[in-house]
Design a binder for this molecule. Structure first.
Ligand SMILES: [Zn+2]
Ligand SMILES: [Zn+2]
Ligand SMILES: [Zn+2]
Length: 315
């Protein structure tokens, strides 16, 4: 008999499943219990322990245990999904799917395009505070870039668990030593290698201008600073092997500190004067490994003229 089958959403959500209606009497107090908890009883299904409940908020028919209805608040999987998607949106993310391995976790899409696995509770807190979710991939890329400018690389999390610190390696032409450094010091260059003694005061640096031909975007230039622009081009910036990239210009600077300050001043001037020439990071994400500071190649003569002035000042 066709009427003996009901389509019911399983308790943990997903597509409705066809369940047999069980021909058992409905105890007279059950409809009132269900109404008080936001449901109507659609039918008894599957066996004597289960019910199909219709959610009065969203009309979804879902499966519940009789025991749960009598002793607790049954959760409507559709309303739960709506609430989770809403919380994710509040945290600036997109709810993708639950983690089948662990009911406390789900996968979320971030505005940068990456996907993260987070606890539901953490998303709810992030939505309340409107803080957004941090992307581990983008964060590691940022930290690696900050370190690369001084000839170091990100090695891993701080073994002492201090969130402001990381382990960095004096790689890419350095001595290979690994040590803890506060991230703020890595950004400003205020640290010395405990093994070879090289630091921002002693080590020379350089401002560079690179040219890239990006597929689908066109020619762009990147202005930055590094202890070793050639190795930076080869190992750190070039995300794809066949990318056409050229080092256009290198202006040596007496110290990393000077290079940092000069580079920042140039970017501030370029952003203020030519805001339309700043290439949005989404255009080169995954192609060149940099966070920002990429400009339309039309700006190349302007930047070269600025570099001429910088070079003349620091002869
Ligand atoms: Zn519902
Ligand atoms: Zn990301
Ligand atoms: Zn060293």
């Amino acid at each position: 008999m066709p009427s003996s089958i009901l389509h019911v959403v399983p308790r943990d959500g997903g597509a409705p499943v066809a369940l047999p209606v069980v021909d058992l009497p409905l105890p007279p107090q059950w409809p009132a219990i269900a109404r008080a908890k936001g449901y109507e009883i659609a039918a008894r299904v599957r066996d004597h322990q289960h019910l199909a409940l219709r959610c009065t908020r969203c009309d979804t028919v879902n499966l519940s245990r009789v025991f749960t209805l009598r002793t607790a608040q049954p959760l409507c999987p559709n309303c739960l999904l709506t609430a989770r998607a809403g919380a994710a949106a509040g945290a600036g993310a997109e709810f993708r799917r639950r983690d089948p391995e662990d009911t406390r976790y789900a996968f979320y899409g971030l505005p940068c395009g990456h996907e993260v696995r987070r606890q539901f509770g953490r998303i709810a807190r992030a939505a309340l505070r409107a803080t957004g979710l941090r992307c581990d991939t983008c964060q590691a890329r940022r930290l690696g870039k900050e370190a690369g400018r001084w000839g170091w690389s990100l090695h891993g999390p701080d073994p002492e668990g201090e969130p402001r610190y990381r382990l960095y390696a004096h790689a890419a032409g350095g001595c290979g030593h690994v040590q803890r450094i506060a991230r703020t010091n890595m950004i400003s260059g205020r640290f010395n290698c405990a093994s070879c003694g090289e630091g921002w005061a002693s080590a020379g640096s350089a401002i560079y201008l690179m040219h890239f031909d990006l597929p689908d975007v066109g020619p762009v230039v990147k202005l930055g600073f590094s202890r070793n622009p050639v190795s930076r081009l080869d190992h750190q910036l070039r995300g794809q092997r066949d990318l056409t990239a050229t080092l256009l210009r290198v202006v040596p600077m007496a110290s990393g500190r000077l290079a940092l300050c000069t580079e920042r001043r140039m970017h501030a001037e370029l952003r203020a004067t030519y805001p339309e020439a700043v290439v949005p990071p989404a255009a080169y994400d995954g192609i060149i490994r940099v966070g920002s500071e990429v400009y339309d190649a039309g700006l190349q003569p302007v930047i070269e003229a600025m570099l001429d002035r910088v070079a003349a000042q620091h002869l």
